[in-house]
Design a protein around this ligand. Structure first.
Ligand SMILES: Nc1nc(=O)c2cc3nc(NCCN4CCCCC4)[nH]c3cc2[nH]1
Ligand SMILES: [Zn+2]
Length: 376
């Protein structure tokens, strides 16, 4: 069993859990945020930067690495860990979401998905088996099943058909995985779909938990639905997921959504938000978002966040970082990216501490107050 979950405690104030996930490349504590390294790099960060900020696991993408450089090159390099010089855990998304969000979709069939390469326009085909073969070549510690992430909103009948097909695809992923001979060194998580429909979430959870996955994700969220819809879906979905296995909410990364997801029983998160907004000069701080490229910071020699102890905040000023961003200097993007990732990783460390002290609801209220979120 390459992936195991160790439950440490449940917060007495909320449903939040403290745990550890053991993988072939090491253990990470949960609740945990995963920096996204789509093209085998967390944009502008080195592995040393990621270790300095105590990132314990990163995410990469099957779809992108299949297209460029190709999984055969990465396999020849000895796998993704060696290729990118990251010796801690790696989770790879299966390509389901990327196909639907990046390519002009041609057709979803029982066998798989026909679409065009979003770079070259060439016709491509991705199936559950192919998605598993690519992830086996990459050698990720945690692989994701190949699923359909339906658009939001989607009507009930479409969603039901999609859930049933995703469940059949999950079975095909599992059998491909067991036939690969890699099931002792790589783990596979199932992805629960069903949109905002409780009956379909129940059906999807029943189908997938009847198959023995070492962990489960909640898919089909963070696709444009309002936050209260996401929170409602989590409230009736996480109780359907095994308590003794990791629960992963895909594509979620704003500070309020992370805290609210943890309170509803989620252990793992990933999102491009911190790294993406960093590259347009927007920073997450304890007092809310700070758009450092704004002219008002031209002579502001304070750190990005006066409550942050990261290397960037101890060394550089808003004025200097604003200057670099305005000049499109790569070093500027490195500084905002480092701080944003550090901010979210520190937030998760404070969340784990609050769970240990049974005060996560209080922590949520304090954080929302200072960050400027409404505390509804
Ligand atoms: N295999 C798979 N299945 C999903 O249902 C899924 C659902 C997802 N939902 C998101 N949302 C990403 C939202 N992100 C927010 C910041 C800007 C870019 C988009 N990523 C996802 C990835 C996913 N991967
Ligand atoms: Zn900082």
């Amino acid at each position: 069993m390459p992936i195991t979950y160790e439950h440490i405690k449940t917060c007495k104030q909320t449903g939040a859990r403290l745990g550890r996930v053991h993988t072939p490349h090491g253990t990470f504590e949960t609740p945990m945020f995963m920096p996204v390294g789509t093209m085998a790099t967390v944009k502008t960060m080195s592995p040393e930067d990621l270790k300095a900020m105590d990132a314990q696991i990163i995410l990469s993408n099957t779809y992108h690495l299949w297209l460029r450089p190709g999984q055969d090159i990465i396999e020849e390099a000895g796998g993704l860990h060696t290729f990118m010089n990251w010796d801690k855990p790696i989770l790879t998304d299966s390509g389901g979401f990327q196909v639907f969000s990046l390519s002009d979709l041609r057709k979803i069939e029982e066998e798989g998905v026909h679409f065009r390469n979003h770079l070259s326009g060439e016709k491509l085909f991705l199936s559950p088996e192919k998605a598993m073969q690519i992830q086996h070549s990459l050698g990720s510690d945690i692989m994701m099943a190949f699923d359909e992430c339906p658009p939001y909103p989607a009507d009930y009948s479409y969603m039901r058909q999609s859930v049933e097909r995703t469940s059949r695809w999950a079975e095909r992923c599992l059998s491909e995985h067991h036939q690969s001979g890699k099931s002792s060194i790589q783990g596979l998580f199932g992805i629960i779909q069903g949109g905002e429909y409780e009956e379909l979430r129940k059906q999807s959870a029943k189908d997938l938990t009847s198959l023995d996955f070492p962990g489960y994700a909640v898919g089909g969220l963070s696709v444009g639905e309002p936050k209260d819809v996401m929170n409602r879906v989590l409230e009736f979905t996480t109780p359907l997921m095994p308590a003794d296995k990791p629960r992963y909410l895909m594509g979620v990364g704003s500070p309020d959504s992370l805290i609210d997801g943890v309170i509803r029983g989620i252990d793992m998160f990933d999102c491009v938000l911190p790294t993406r907004i960093a590259r347009n000069g927007t920073c997450m701080t304890s007092e809310g978002r700070l758009v450092v490229r704004n002219a008002k910071f031209a002579r502001d020699f304070r750190p990005l966040d006066e409550n942050c102890d990261c290397h960037v905040c101890r060394t550089y000023s808003r004025a200097y970082i604003r200057h670099l961003i305005k000049c499109e200097e790569t070093f500027g993007f490195r500084l905002t990216t480092y701080h944003n990732l550090y901010f979210l990783l520190q937030l998760m460390k404070k969340v784990r501490q609050a769970i240990m002290e049974d005060r996560l609801q209080d922590f949520r209220d304090e954080f929302f107050e200072s960050y400027g979120f409404n505390k509804e």
